[in-house]
Design a protein around this ligand. Structure first.
Ligand SMILES: [Zn+2]
Length: 174
């Protein structure tokens, strides 16, 4: 289009252009002017569009910045929560270990109490076997010497039992 118009202008300069060619030149200029007007409208429309978009872009930028700060905040909280979870897991493990220890201790205590009860029952049965003799309260009902003479109460068995208690008492008192 432009080449064709420049060719017509050249011919006009040299004074050889026909009337029809001058008409074509005029029509071409008119057409170019119309295209320029159209392009100006398009440019104006684009400018308006950009002017509308800029505030939106500003808003979106602000929102993106806010979102970024929120993400940072949540990341911090997440890290804090993870640290707290680690701490609680550690405490839980310690509590588990303590519970196991207490249960083991408890078992040991139960066994000791059962053993003590058995020992006390055995001592009681021995005492019941060596009461004062009804016929002679100064003698043991069970023990006698090789001549069949009852031994004096408390007999050696009861003395040993009492002696153990008395020895314990001495240690307690010192
Ligand atoms: Zn006896």
């Amino acid at each position: 289009m432009t080449d064709r118009l420049l060719h017509l202008v050249d011919r006009a300069r040299r004074g050889v252009a026909l009337d029809a060619e001058l008409d074509q030149l005029a029509a071409g200029i008119t057409e170019q002017a119309a295209r320029i007007t159209t392009l100006e409208h398009v440019a104006a429309g684009n400018k308006r569009h950009v002017q509308l978009i800029v505030p939106e872009l500003d808003q979106l930028t602000t929102r993106a910045e806010k979102a970024e700060r929120a993400v940072d905040h949540l990341t911090d909280r997440h890290r804090g929560a993870e640290a707290r979870i680690d701490e609680l897991e550690q405490q839980l493990a310690e509590a588990d270990a303590e519970t196991t220890e207490v249960l083991e201790h408890n078992d040991a205590t139960c066994e000791a109490v059962a053993a003590r009860d058995q020992a006390e029952a055995a001592i009681e049965r021995v005492r019941e076997l060596h009461p004062r003799w009804d016929a002679d309260p100064a003698s043991c009902a069970h023990c006698h010497d090789s001549y069949g003479t009852p031994l004096r109460y408390p007999c050696p068995t009861i003395t040993i039992l009492d002696g153990q208690q008395s020895v314990t008492g001495e240690f307690d008192g010192s």
